[in-house]
Design a protein. Structure first.
Length: 168
């Protein structure tokens, strides 16, 4: 890609929509931190953890990257036109999965319910899968940007399951 093509590419980006898309995802994540942070070094530390749970610092980095990718993915679908029915449906599923994403720390940390956290993260996994399917029909790039997210949530399902098993 030469400099003219690169300039054209960057000039065609609706920067307001891109920033709003990324902010929407990050605000959902930050809202979830409200429930997470007070309990990470108390209740959470008292739980028996599976041997494969990464250090706490990994979660912040992973989620920061994932929320940015999610935001870019949302933008790629949104830019196809809000007047399109398929865009509205796809963004609706995105909203559902984002709500389930926010809800997990409320259930797991806020309510200290490992079982409700597990139920939520399983529902989240399916919601992401449906979102990827709908995004794929609109933008393959948007769908592919959600692949790391569903992979991380797949790992989260396994972690949450073992938390339930190890902490009856």
């Amino acid at each position: 890609m030469n400099s003219t093509e690169l300039n054209t590419y960057f000039n065609n980006i609706d920067w307001k929509k891109l920033v709003v898309s990324i902010l929407i995802c990050n605000v959902a994540g930050l809202a979830g931190l409200f429930f997470t942070m007070p309990l990470v070094f108390g209740w959470y530390e008292s739980l028996v953890r599976p041997s494969f749970v990464p250090p706490n610092e990994v979660f912040g980095t992973a989620w920061s990257v994932l929320y940015i990718l999610m935001g870019i993915s949302l933008y790629l679908v949104w830019e196809k036109g809000w007047s399109e029915r398929k865009v509205k449906v796809a963004m609706g599923f995105f909203g559902i999965q984002l709500f389930l994403n926010f809800l997990w720390p409320v259930l797991f940390f806020g309510m200290q319910s490992l079982v409700l956290g597990l139920v939520d993260v399983i529902l989240l996994w399916f919601a992401i899968l449906v979102t990827i399917r709908y995004f794929y029909a609109i933008s393959k790039k948007a769908a592919l940007l959600l692949v790391p997210y569903i992979m991380w949530v797949s790992f989260a399902v396994i972690m949450n399951y073992y938390f339930v098993i190890l902490n009856p």
